[in-house]
Design a protein around this ligand. Structure first.
Ligand code: PEP
Ligand code: MN
Length: 339
């Protein structure tokens, strides 16, 4: 349910409506808009008698939200959400590029990569300290030491940091250091982790699980918003199909569909989607052409020596190729893509 308020409502009117919602046993979520406040309502398992709400001062209309995901839907919030990280406005400025190594391996490798991607025009730095690996025998990341190196790379370059949190047990350590918390594909349905991240003051980059439908993806994001975190960024990173020519299949279809159904920013990860460095630049361009707000790519100064995902990591020349003329692939105006 969504309660639309008149443009000139004061905070007392909003507070009154919120307490009336609570009296019904439901949860109010005030959503400030460009011209007026709306109040999203969650928590109902069946139809609600909205008559007491309709009569309150300042209320214009009460609308049923038809989708199972509520706070993430454009029905609830028509305006794009813009997540601001270190002055970068994700969801508004395009193109946004997040770049860096798959894993933090050494101080030198991380700092060199950070410096080079910064010089090449990247907006944020990515890098994994805690790694979710398919094999228990594969390099698992440097853990807390990796976080220290990432913090140093951020301080040296000024690039805000995106790093993954793989479980609630590591949450505080990662949260203390990072600018954006990444929740990886394998954890998209780790509900305790989603709830914890929903309580964080840091933005969350949520990756789509390789088998998730659009609805499951948005319901995972809904956990974050329902806990109060409005700074959520979605990321398509490839799904599992019958194809055997690439690691996963980039579901480019989901980009315009997400842009139309949710107000949240949408990124694409062409590195994990393809698993092959030669596919990353064309897929990144396709992502922007399809309406993505940004891309997240893996970069390594010596990909053949990388401890994880070297085959899909761009070298520094390919990263320069990616950045060259990228604006040409961003449709103008981008909002035309939203149905
Ligand atoms: C990553 O970004 O390093 C990663 C592990 O990605 P995903 O969760 O999409 O596999
Ligand atoms: Mn990787």
């Amino acid at each position: 349910m969504l309660i639309l308020m008149k443009p000139a409502t004061n905070p007392d009117m909003v507070a009154l409506v919120c307490s009336a919602v609570e009296d019904l046993g439901l949860v109010p979520h005030p959503i400030p808009g460009a011209t007026r406040v709306a109040i999203g309502v969650t928590g109902n398992t069946g139809p609600v008698d909205e008559t007491p709400i309709r009569g309150l001062p300042g209320v214009v209309d009460v609308i049923r939200v038809t989708k199972p995901y509520k706070l993430t839907s454009r029905e609830m919030k028509p305006d794009d959400t813009v997540v601001t990280v270190g002055g970068i406005r994700i969801g508004e400025q395009r193109p946004v590029v997040i770049a860096g190594p798959c894993s933090v391996e050494t101080r030198e490798q991380t700092i060199e990569t950070a410096r080079r991607v910064k010089a090449g025009g990247a907006h944020l730095l990515r890098g994994g300290a805690f790694k979710p690996r398919t094999s228990p025998y594969a390099f698992q990341g440097l853990g807390e030491k990796g976080l220290e190196i990432l913090a140093e790379a951020r301080d040296l370059t000024g690039l805000p940091l995106v790093t993954e949190v793989i479980g609630v047990e590591f949450f505080e350590a990662v949260e203390a250091v990072t600018d954006v918390l990444q929740i990886g594909a394998r954890n998209m349905q780790n509900y305790p982790l989603l709830r914890r991240a929903g309580k964080s003051g840091k933005p969350v980059l949520l990756k789509r699980m390789m088998s998730a439908t659009l609805e499951e993806f948005l319901l995972a994001a809904e956990y974050l918003l329902a806990e109060g975190n409005r700074n959520v960024i979605l990321c398509e990173r490839g799904i599992r199909t019958f194809c055997d020519h690439s690691r996963y299949t980039l579901d480019i279809n989901i980009v315009p569909e997400l842009k139309s159904l949710t107000h949240l920013p949408v990124l694409v990860d062409p590195s994990h989607a393809s698993g092959k460095r030669e596919m990353v630049v064309p897929l990144a361009r396709a992502a922007f052409a399809a309406g993505a707000d940004g891309v997240i790519v893996e970069v390594h100064p010596h990909p053949d020596k990388a401890l994880s995902d070297g085959r899909q990591s761009l070298d520094l020349d390919l990263f320069a190729d990616l950045m060259r003329g990228l604006e040409r692939y961003v449709p103008e105006p981008a909002v035309d893509l939203v149905a």
